[in-house]
Ligand binder design. Structure first.
Ligand SMILES: [Zn+2]
Length: 93
């Protein structure tokens, strides 16, 4: 009967030690030499870049929403600004 030696991977060692991240010494598919998360084996640097990108997309969505809102509520916003200016002028705030 043939016996196989079980290779202890860095992730298995990290899991046993209770570490959140581990290092393989190998680049990820995007070429980062970075640590990986133990729970899902994702590259830390790739995750960081993905979350940055997500924030940018969120910001673009907010900008687009505000632009559309300004377009549809132009008269209402102008009226509000006029009232605020009048209050400041009258009360000298
Ligand atoms: Zn990566």
């Amino acid at each position: 009967m043939k016996t196989y030696k079980i290779i202890d991977s860095p992730r298995q060692r990290a899991l046993r030690a209770g570490d959140v991240r581990y290092y393989t010494g190998m680049p990820c598919t995007n070429g980062h030499y970075a640590e990986r998360y133990t729970k899902d084996t994702h590259c830390v640097e790739c995750d960081r870049q993905r979350s940055k990108l997500r924030e940018c997309h969120k910001l673009e969505k907010v900008k687009a929403y505000r632009k559309a809102y300004r377009k549809t509520h132009r008269t209402q916003m102008n009226e509000t600004a006029r009232r605020r200016k009048a209050v400041v002028r009258n009360e000298g705030i």
